[in-house]
Ligand binder design. Structure first.
Ligand code: ADP
Ligand code: TRP
Length: 322
């Protein structure tokens, strides 16, 4: 059975962009092989500064995936830091990783360009990610476009290790979700926690309504038709509504007679309706944190079982083990 592996950083509150861009596709893939998903808390430490935040975001990602339909029986869901062996592998990989490969990484270069204080953790981020991918013998790594280069780096590192020490690692196939539409934020840019333009999956309804009511619109009179092309309201509606609901909505926009205030209210109502079942399940997990913890621990045990022979083979190949 093919192993699909992916990680998500617990670095902020989950939003609609995360759901449609990463969570829903990952959950759908549970049926196609052995899915191995982890919460990349070591990676998140490169940006999350407070321990309480990291703990909360980690719990929320776990409970969020479970609430949105991840089946912990079938899928191995675990916390990256529950398998610290990944750091041993990261070191073995780092000795074959050329500096130039990491210096060319866009995510690192972007942070440098933004003037952020850079750290060794940020620089070595792709090596740890390569270790994540290789440690669990994954066949396939489904990720969003933004992770494409990190995956290429992981493949390069695996190849370099195999060339030097013998064929230890399977070279994983990237699976880039090119087709996933970018969910716009309330300001029209890509929805992203770094732009503070998100609609949270598990936030308060009042906040959700307020943010939707604040979406900028032009001053087209109520009676006139509203442009659908380029409309943030229509794009968001398309992500959360059923096709029939969406058709009715754009129909109203095209005909006119409905003001932006009412269109926003309708979007808020449909978004709440879409999120309601997820929120309900999320709440039950919030009330039973021990259950989530038990699922993560069980996931870590299964993940360690996959990891042990791979790490041992790498140790042997390098001369660390007899
Ligand atoms: P953020 O942009 O809020 O920092 P992340 O980079 O942590 O989000 O997102 C994790 C994954 O969620 C991304 O790799 C991407 O696949 C998906 N994602 C995030 N924002 C969006 C969006 N606006 N539209 C579609 N997918 C998204
Ligand atoms: N870097 C990924 C992101 O920000 C998260 C991640 C860490 C990951 N390790 C991984 C994704 C291994 C896939 C495979 O989205």
């Amino acid at each position: 059975m093919k192993i699909f592996l992916s990680g998500i950083q617990p670095s902020g509150a989950l939003h609609l962009g995360n759901y449609f861009g990463a969570m829903q596709p990952a959950i759908e893939m549970q049926n196609q092989g052995q899915a191995v998903y982890f919460i990349a808390d070591y990676h998140a430490l490169t940006s999350v500064a407070k321990a309480d935040d990291l703990r909360r975001y980690t719990f929320d990602v776990a409970a969020g995936f479970l609430a949105c339909g991840l089946d912990p029986q079938r899928t191995i869901l675990f916390r990256q830091s529950d398998v610290p062996q990944v750091h041993e592998l990261a070191w073995l990989l780092s000795v074959v990783t050329p500096m130039g490969l990491l210096e060319r990484a866009h995510s690192y270069k972007d942070k440098v360009a933004q003037g952020a204080e850079t750290t060794h953790g940020l620089f070595a981020y792709p090596v740890l990610m390569a270790a994540d991918i290789l440690l669990y013998n994954s066949d396939c790594v489904p990720v969003g476009k933004d992770q494409k280069q990190h995956l290429e780096i992981a493949r390069d590192i695996a190849q370099k290790f195999n060339d030097r020490f013998g064929s230890v690692f399977k070279i994983p196939e990237p699976m880039i979700r090119e087709t996933t539409a970018i969910v716009p934020g309330i300001d029209g840019r890509k929805m992203s926690k770094s732009y503070n333009n998100t609609l949270e999956l598990f936030g308060e309804d009042k906040v959700l309504e307020k943010r939707i009511m604040g979406i900028p619109t032009n001053s087209t009179p109520v009676a006139d038709p509203k442009p659908v092309e380029g409309s943030i309201l229509a794009q968001l509606m398309q992500t959360v509504a059923t096709p029939a609901q969406y058709e009715t909505y754009v129909g109203k926009m095209k005909t006119g007679g409905v003001g932006y205030g009412d269109l926003k209210k309708e979007l808020a109502a449909v978004t709440k309706e879409f999120l309601a079942p997820f929120k309900k399940k999320f709440q039950t997990f919030k009330e039973r944190p021990d259950e989530v913890e038990a699922i993560l621990r069980d996931g870590a045990i299964r993940a360690r079982t996959l990891a042990a022979p791979v790490l041992e083979a790498a140790r042997k190949a390098t001369g660390l083990s007899r």
